[in-house]
Design a protein around this ligand. Structure first.
Ligand code: 1GP
Length: 245
């Protein structure tokens, strides 16, 4: 499937809002996949992202294969490391951590991934990734050794996102971090959205439907939710197809 990005653009052009569930291979036993994906299929989730900051090497492929066996939704890798790349998925967010100044996460890991990627049929989607301060330290911060951008310096966040667009990224991802205390603020989302001509992904710390709606209203095109689905099985209930916002 090489149409993930085109489909995102088309759906956004039609005024649709997109939702990705983030599945962390470290936290999802293979035995739980079928039940979880059944819930996903019955909700208005549009994408399944798979990845994490600290996933054990070698477990992602089996998980993705199991997910693919139970859904037709696009499965997109959201990798914290080269070891998480698997051809079993449909696409990959080819992330560059633009908020940080660690060359390893700006370019080195991307170079290291090429030998693997060029032997896959994954749709590679260039994505500018910005980690924003959220009230507590997150795994991305620890693993990458970079500081998040201060949330009050909105202009710097906007300029960084726009620089990503000028550099040719196809998506910008505003990340508060998994389990963030404060999701990305509406002010940040709306100011970034006003300046961008490419789709905007927002994730980190979104725990309920109100926060989801706020992110959409502020301008998020695609919202990513991981922890809330892991910790609250009833959250899928609120997102059943018939309850679409
Ligand atoms: C993390 O943005 C994602 O990379 C999702 O965060 O787990 O807090 O939903 P949560």
């Amino acid at each position: 499937m090489k149409f993930i990005y085109q489909n995102i653009l088309q759906q956004i052009a039609q005024g649709k809002k997109l939702l990705a569930v983030l599945i962390d291979p470290d936290k999802m036993p293979l035995d739980n996949v079928e039940g979880t994906i059944k819930n996903v299929n019955e909700s208005w989730v549009t994408h399944i992202f798979v990845g994490g900051s600290t996933v054990k090497a070698g477990i992602t492929a089996a998980l993705v294969a199991q997910i693919k066996a139970h859904t037709t939704l696009p499965v997109v890798l959201f990798p914290g490391d080269v070891t998480q790349i698997t051809n079993k998925a449909d696409g990959i967010l080819f992330l560059s951590l633009l908020s940080g100044r660690n060359p390893e996460y700006l370019i080195d890991k991307q170079v290291a991934s090429v030998a693997k990627l060029k032997n896959t049929t994954l749709e590679v989607i260039p994505t500018g990734y910005l980690l924003i301060e959220n009230g507590k330290e997150t795994a991305v911060q620890r693993v990458t050794g970079t500081a998040p951008m201060p949330r009050h310096n909105v202009q710097q966040i906007v300029h960084t996102a726009k620089a990503g667009e000028y550099m040719g990224k196809h998506l910008i991802y505003l990340e508060a971090g998994s389990g963030a205390l404060h999701p990305i603020s509406e002010t940040i989302i709306s100011k970034v959205k006003q300046e961008l001509n490419i789709p905007l992904i927002v994730g980190g710390g979104i725990k309920n439907k109100n926060q989801l709606e706020s992110a959409y209203k502020a301008g998020a095109d695609l919202v990513v939710i991981g922890t809330a689905f892991e910790t609250d099985a009833t959250f899928f209930e609120a997102l059943k197809l018939e309850a679409k916002i």
